[in-house]
Write a protein that binds this ligand. Structure first.
Ligand code: NAD
Length: 378
């Protein structure tokens, strides 16, 4: 079986596999064909792919020859119409945004392994691309906040007087939020944290953050560890408490998300107006609507002296290490789909494969994709 690595488009700097991880795939017994220039944005040359055991070709040849297509984002434009029946596309699907693309893939009898749907179970931890990319985002968000803030993060006692440590408010303590807590603490900030899942309380404390509890949060064991939408009454109470904490904060790192839904609005316009000029909000939920009412996806706006950066692209900015993590997770997934002779197989009795396979054989497959897209469950 040939695995094809496609070059990304639209400003995406990552690549699905770097040469180091390509060598691991070759070791599994797969042949690898790389689109010329695919690794450029992540600082990998065609020559390095060849040295890793891959061949380099033009896009059309990769699409024609490969049975498996590996890509970070679903290929844009008309590519979907030239993929051939039976081809398996491994990509971060984002099913809500790419609903139409997925429908075309189903209708054309393609198989789509949605890397953002890998079940969050222990056996699949090494394949969890969402966690890897959230780790990158949480890390980079704090560094960007520190560089935009016109104040120090750590406390300073110097001959020029004492500088108080920065106060960082983190909204959402999932993978990105926990990484942001750790980074902000490393830089010496005082950190406060909101989340609706009480399970994260101890993790927040162990990282040195203060967990602020809002009573009455709705939790659902059936949501698989994810947050669910909250009542109007809870939302109001939470917004008030966030407003109180935000007016004392120098930085807000917003990461709160609900899978398949618009991100909850936690920071209102009037909250921003009460923040100290010079403060910074980094909104990692920007692509799903943002946690701040004033967030604009993909850009930074300044209101009342407060910078609000709507960023969802940190993994692309950190293209080298983000691609390395992406590739390692992807190879680990391909490992369970390849037998000892290097033959690729789709075993839908394996819960990881069944949960990740969005469409296959002309049908919607993964229960999560059906749930997110509200397709009748079977
Ligand atoms: P996410 O990106 O879906 O959301 C980020 C955080 O925002 C979550 O902690 C969520 O509870 C929080 N949030 C949502 N609405 C909120 C609101 N109104 N106010 C405050 N906070 C709000 O989360 P994620 O990082 O993808 O993690 C989701 C879950 O998956 C977590 O339980 C995590 O521990 C779990 N997980 C498990 C594994 C594994 O077992 N393999 C791997 C990674 C993550």
């Amino acid at each position: 079986m040939i695995a094809g690595i496609l070059k990304e488009s639209g400003g995406e700097k990552r690549v699905a596999l770097l040469p180091g991880e390509t060598a691991l795939l070759v070791k599994l017994g797969l042949k690898v064909l790389v689109e010329a220039g695919a690794g450029e944005g992540a600082f990998a040359s065609d020559g390095q792919y060849v040295a890793a055991g891959a061949a380099v070709a033009g896009r059309n040849e990769v699409i024609r020859e490969a049975g498996l297509l590996l890509t970070v984002n679903p290929p844009a434009g008309e590519d979907i119409m030239v993929f051939r029946e039976g081809q398996v596309i491994f990509t971060v699907l984002d099913p809500v945004t790419n609903r139409e693309w997925l429908e075309k893939a189903r209708a054309r009898n393609l198989s789509v392994m949605a890397l953002d749907l890998v079940p969050r179970i222990t056996r699949a931890q090494s394949m969890d691309i969402l966690s890897s990319m959230a780790t990158v985002s949480g890390y980079k968000a704090v560094l960007e906040a520190a560089s935009l803030l016109p104040r120090f993060f750590p406390m300073f006692m110097s001959a020029a007087g004492t500088i108080k440590p920065a106060r960082v408010l983190i909204l959402g303590a999932g993978v990105a939020g926990l990484q942001a807590i750790a980074m902000a603490r490393k830089l010496g900030a005082v950190v406060e944290v909101f989340d609706v899942r009480s399970a994260v309380k101890d993790e927040v404390k162990s990282l040195g953050g203060k967990f602020i509890e809002v009573e009455g949060a709705r939790e659902d064991a059936a949501a698989g560890g994810y947050a669910v939408e909250q009542s109007e009454e809870f939302r109001k109470k939470q917004q008030e408490l966030i407003q109180e904490r935000a007016s004392a904060a120098d930085v807000i790192i917003a990461t709160a998300q609900i899978p398949g839904r618009k991100a909850p609005v936690l920071v209102l316009k009037e909250t921003v107006e009460r923040m100290r000029p010079g403060s910074v909000i980094i909104d990692l939920a920007a692509s799903s609507g943002g946690n701040c009412e004033l967030t604009e996806n993909g850009t930074a706006v300044i209101t009342n002296g407060v910078t609000i950066a709507g960023r969802s692209d940190y993994p692309s900015v950190m293209s080298a290490d983000a691609s390395k993590m992406f590739g390692n997770n992807l190879v680990n997934l391909l490992r369970i789909m390849t037998d000892s002779k290097g033959d690729f197989r789709i075993d839908l009795t394996d819960e990881i494969i069944a949960g990740t396979m969005a469409v296959h054989g002309g049908e919607y497959q993964s229960q999560r994709v059906k749930q997110i897209l509200d397709i009748k469950l079977t």
